[in-house]
Design a protein around this ligand. Sequence first.
Ligand SMILES: [Zn+2]
Length: 211
Amino acid sequence: MSHPSRKYNPNDPQRERVYIAERCVDFPRAPEFQSLSEIRAFAQQVLRSPTWEALSRHTLQDGRGVVVKLGRGRRAVAHNRLVGDPAIILPRASWRRWTIFHELAHCARGKLTANHGPQFTASYFRLIHDCWNPDLAHRLQSEFERMRVRVAPWAPIGHEVPKPDPTSVGVSRDEGADLPTEIAQRARDVTYQKAMVAFWRKVRAGAFKTK
Ligand SMILES: [Zn+2]
């Protein structure tokens, strides 16, 4: 999460559309926690889930913890630091579950990227779906579709989560910058679209339900 009015960033092309999608979902706007310790307890539960284990397996090598800190202003941010666990910095106004899932989804990307690419949106969807509220997750998914926000295909929990493969999963500038444009474009247009259609069909059919 960062300030919605910031300008379009070519290195993070989905950012504004992710923010718009979030605003269109009925996420609670008011703070939902009373203290940082409540948030830390909540984050701990998420970090112990099989979903977090699957999301962070390839990305967080030096421990799977996340540090929760108080921030200033209105903006929540995530830092994937060079040493130690990633951190999320939360001003009081952002003490809401959906914001925490958003920042945790950044953390789950490890040092790979700090932006809002297809791997991020897939992690964000999974966390909300598995650890909070599947209905809200599906609302978010619909808004992503409406805003043409790309979401990487995902493996069911309990299976190995594939490493991002820019030739077969969508390519964004952040995650496939070194690919020839032609290949990137083809991957985007054909493979990605097919994979997404198959993926969401399975999600809708309830294939990935964990309970
Ligand atoms: Zn963000």
